[in-house]
Design a protein around this ligand. Structure first.
Ligand code: GLC
Length: 650
């Protein structure tokens, strides 16, 4: 049961699309109204878990932490950092009578959840205008599903987006991309796409190619397609101020950029130098921005990642900041915390200095900050829907609940550490609770140098996340799967992704069609697994228990009911695992997971990319009797239950 309580005159976020009955007053919280804020409080009992908040630091059970929804470009993914790139203001309190609340405001919200042992949840909204959705259900899982239903059907990627992708900040020429394609092919490791980071552009301008390196991008894209590989260009939020450039000129002429107090366009320094930010809260500006993707679709590109859309600001017309990125990095390292605090103050000042025209309503950016990235994703997605007659790949760094209808997300600039592998494990169920099914992290880590062991363990986890992309920063050690000597183990682990494709694709599409989660905490189905956060349920049949510890060649696994243990080392080996704790050996060149009792797992033949996928050549593992397989051509928009057929075990 979901109800909506309206406070003041909330900004339209379009986060919820279902018709929701209105309630008169909050039921599960006490409420203090202060001059410029609404503060909600609710006591917690000792054993209550609190879930939600999507992309935040901390554990899956959010108790004990303080989290601030204020979208931030930050590489500091540590518990001392309260804000990452996204705002997902949905929490579920799993007590005697489970209930959830979605604080639907693009303003800053601070959550303190049993913070310092306070024994209560506090949600402090920096606004008096808010749509609050209260959801009651029989279980935390039901509450999440009710929210997902209310948000509306999540984004449906094409089949190829479920393949494995390689990326790196620094690939700059066709030779770089060809070398990656060759590296994978020559080592017999499957690959579906390579991401193009900002170096493909001309002076870091969106909707441009560096013509010296890419004289004929359409021919290049088609050549790569011929090898079974798609290219996925990055698009940043800011449009470079460059008189004479058609995109810039059109934006100025149409008045599509965010404005200063005095009516001029706000200018912020990002990768290309000074830019203007498209006013994504304005319908005409969104349509204009969406139309620009024609530049790529005309040249055969059909997958994109949207970045820097918190929006990130390196420096602005008001704050001098440090223009040279390397110098900035050096200063950050030398003056760490002090620089960070100064930067935060400058950002707030910037965000308070420009305005949106939300179709006639003038809004200060700071007050609607958290919506910016989500609306960029919406602009892109709606644009691509008009430009293409089939599904496309799209994922964004910044997001707000509701954006999961338009595209996926990745979790930004993590590092090559074991902690960040575990953070990835924790993010996945929390993101799913908030309706972001197509998600994943930079596999192997963005910052820092990845080791062979970490990459293998990270890949073995990413095999199960819908977005499986290896990405790293400039100046880091090579991170492609063929860069670490003997490639046999990589071939096996990435190969597993492709053998599981029938399952991963079916489970994702069914979850999307049925307003379900694709990845969930084990305790959502098996309450006796409460508190176990390093095991997850993936789809309806699989439980995973990834190895997230350096040097470990085994791990303890709680098996909540008798299951089938599946060991993949190039072939599938099944054995039974009885209910209880097990110490399971997991070599570096294998992946171990579990098939639930009474369930089946369809697996396909080894293939080199999704183009070779054959849904007719399947094998069924596990002790169940039937499996609902979803199949289509991987591109059609006609995704319905009619594409599901029942497979029966022979
Ligand atoms: C940001 C992105 C990262 C990208 C880089 C250069 O840091 O998060 O993924 O590689 O910008 O575009």
């Amino acid at each position: 049961m979901i109800t909506k309580i309206v406070f003041g005159d909330p900004v339209r976020t379009d986060a919820v699309t279902a018709r929701v009955p209105k309630g008169e007053k909050v039921k599960n919280f006490s409420l203090t109204r202060e001059e410029k804020r609404l503060v909600f409080r609710c006591p917690l009992k000792a054993g209550d878990a609190v879930y939600g908040l999507g992309e935040t630091m901390g554990r899956v059970n959010k108790r004990g932490g303080r989290y601030i929804s204020f979208n931030t470009d930050t590489a500091d993914h540590t518990d001392s950092n309260p804000s990452l790139y996204a705002s997902h203001n949905f929490i579920v309190i799993d007590g005697e009578r489970p209930f959830g609340a979605f604080f639907d405001t693009p303003a800053k919200v601070t959550f303190e959840i049993d913070y310092m042992g306070s024994g209560e949840v506090v949600a402090d909204c920096e606004t008096c205008d808010l749509n609050l959705y209260e959801i009651e259900g029989g279980s935390a899982y039901e509450v999440c599903r009710e929210l997902i239903r209310a948000v509306g059907r999540c984004y449906l990627p094409p089949l190829w987006a479920f393949g494995y992708g390689q990326s790196r900040f620094g690939y700059a020429s066709p030779e770089d991309f060809r070398a990656v394609a060759d590296g994978y092919k020559n080592n017999g490791i499957p690959l579906d796409y390579i991401c193009m980071d900002i170096d493909y552009m001309d002076g870091y301008r969106d909707f441009s190619f560096n013509e010296r390196s890419f004289p004929d991008p359409a021919a290049f894209a088609s050549d790569m397609r011929g090898r079974g590989i798609r290219l996925v260009p990055i698009v940043d939020a800011g449009i470079k101020i460059e008189p004479g450039d058609p995109v810039y000129e059109e934006g100025v002429k149409g008045g599509y950029f965010c404005k200063n107090r005095d009516g001029g366009f706000f200018s912020a320094g990002v990768w290309p130098g000074m830019t203007h930010f498209p006013d994504f809260l304005n319908t005409s500006a969104r349509e204009w921005f969406g139309r620009q993707y024609k530049f790529y679709t005309d040249r055969g590109f059909e997958g994109f990642w949207n970045d820097m859309n918190e929006p990130a600001i390196f420096y602005s017309e008001y704050t001098k900041g440090l223009k040279n990125p390397l110098y900035r990095l050096a200063m950050d390292i030398l003056f760490g915390k002090r620089r960070k605090e100064k930067k935060e103050r400058e950002l707030v000042r910037d965000y308070k200095s420009f305005f949106h025209d939300a179709d006639g309503r003038r809004l200060r950016h700071y007050d609607v900050h958290n919506l910016f990235g989500a609306m960029m994703t919406r602009a892109t997605s709606e644009g691509l829907e008009r430009l293409l007659d089939h599904r496309f790949m799209l994922f964004s760094r910044s997001s707000f609940i509701g954006a999961g209808r338009y595209g996926g997300v990745w979790t930004g600039d993590n590092s090559s550490t074991w902690e960040h592998l575990m953070l990835n494990v924790r993010h996945m169920p929390s993101l799913n609770m908030c309706g972001f099914l197509f998600s994943g992290a930079d596999t192997g880590g963005f910052g820092g140098n990845c080791t062979r062991e970490l990459l293998l363990r990270w890949l073995a986890f990413s095999v199960f996340t819908p977005l499986m992309r290896n990405h790293t920063s400039k100046f880091t050690r090579n991170q492609e799967a063929y860069s670490f000597g003997d490639t046999d183990a990589f071939r096996k682990v990435i190969g597993l992704r492709y053998r599981l494709l029938p399952y991963i694709y079916s489970e994702y599409m069914k979850a999307a069609l049925r307003s379900d989660m694709y990845i969930k905490p084990v305790e959502f189905v098996y309450p006796e697994a409460k508190g176990i956060e390093d095991q997850l349920l993936v789809g309806d049949s699989i439980m995973i228990a990834p190895v997230v510890t350096e040097g470990a060649l085994s791990r303890n696994v709680f098996v909540p009911e008798d299951m089938t243990l599946v060991r993949y080392d190039g072939g599938f080996k099944c054995e039974s695992a009885s209910r209880g704790w097990h110490t399971v050996g997991v070599g570096l060149d294998e992946v171990v997971f579990f098939v639930r009792r009474g369930k089946l797992l369809p697996v396909g033949k080894p293939i080199m990319n999704t183009g070779e996928y054959d849904a007719a050549a399947l094998e069924l593992l596990g002790d169940g009797e039937t499996y609902e397989l979803y199949t289509d051509d991987g591109l059609t928009r006609e995704c319905t239950e009619a594409n599901i057929r029942l497979l029966k075990k022979a």
